[in-house]
Ligand binder design. Sequence first.
Ligand code: UDP
Length: 484
Amino acid sequence: MESGKLHVLFLPSFTPSHMIPCVNAARLFAAQGVKFTVISTKYNTLLFQTTIDKALELGQEISVHNLKFPSAEMGIPEGIENLSAATTLDILGKVHAAILQHQNAMEEVVEEISPHCIVSDMFYPWTVDLAEKMKIPRILLYPTSFISHCLSHNLEKYESCKSVKSDSESFLIPDLPDKIEMKRSQLEGYLKEETPFTKVIKSVKESEHRSFGLVFDNFYEFEPQYADYLAKVRGIRRYWTIGPLFYFSNKVGKSEKIADVNDSCLNWLDTHGTNEVLYVSFGSITKLSNAQLIEIALALEDSNQPFIWVVRKKENDQENQQESWLPEGFEERITKENKGFIIQGWAPQLKILNHPAIGGFMTHCGWNSTMEAMTAGVPLITWPLFAEQFYNEKLVQVLKVGVSVGAYLWNFSPVIEGPLVESKQIEEAIKKLMSNSEESREIRNRAKEIATLAKKAVEEGGSSYQNLLDLIAELKSHAFGVNC
Ligand code: UDP
């Protein structure tokens, strides 16, 4: 049998929210003496270059293999190499096509590198065939919640869900650990008969059982009832929770997550008291329409709550160059009263969430954002927009760690044009969470308790810590045929 150092290849897919957990997982493996290689592209690597530099400083054996992204061939502007960088639907479609075209080049490189194991993002189901061909284990990395898997599983399983006709009436998802109701309009992308999205999700699921195992960017104590339920109903025996990856890997790597951050917002936060500020951000992909941004601005101003607001807005088209996205005089007023800080671009989200002045987070419930907030003990105002975000909102409701703005419509597009959530509705949710009522104090306390659990999970002897060691031991045993 071959012996030596375990070499694991990490294949992140093309959005920041999938790249970051994958690279963080790589760093955790490296901290345990595993050699890792990440396959990426030039502009995507820039997103996690500091992480790589830090790993190198720590003497870890790492390499990044940058493949050429077929931008020019596909008519994509230079520098746009992932889905969240796309600014229009047209470019998004082209980037998506380029990613599919990229598969051949990736396969060739994986075979050339010849690792002991592939850890692949969920959106590369084809790696299961490649791993089979190379006779190596393939691990599927899920940056998703257990509740989202359980909900989607039961929606498919129970006819009573499929036969619901009304968009707006809530219906019960049967046979779950909690009583959970949803609306058809929140599930559109999952319930439609066959779309490119449902096809991809189907092949991701099919690749599960042919994988060596599943790794979740999650920690068991966060949603134990759903982890157990998933294992039971889907017969998933081999899974490891090794998260929160961003927290675990920063702890071992002693570094921040992302390069090029603008820290003036942190100085601004220093001018505010504990729990005073609301952080508003909808992740790395979503862009809101100008009309929706105006509603948010009105709500922020009327609530009188200090805020940091990360704005990713749609580009004005040719005819509407001057279309406004803020109420008149808004910026002057909030600056004069020291009430708000607007970030247009990439925000240092982890640093913001961990600042003592932050008392709440208005979020789209992307899984990374949800975990990051919970690990920082920050309660949520939930405003899901598409995909499993509506499922994650249900977890927030089950755990009673947030309040909802009451969004009910699936909006799968980089620019959210659907019906507006009106300012009054947003303002009510802000006041409910940020007030000093008994309800909001209880919500805050529960969020703090979850943060304690998250931190314990990655301490020596904690569940995620132990799972990581177990997983690496299994992979070594598979690679070298000995109990290491
Ligand atoms: N993020 C950030 N700054 C931003 C926007 C996003 O650091 O301005 C990070 C955020 O901390 C999280 C990820 O990008 O790690 C967003 O992932 P999530 O799953 O929440 O949402 P998605 O981007 O997939 O919609």
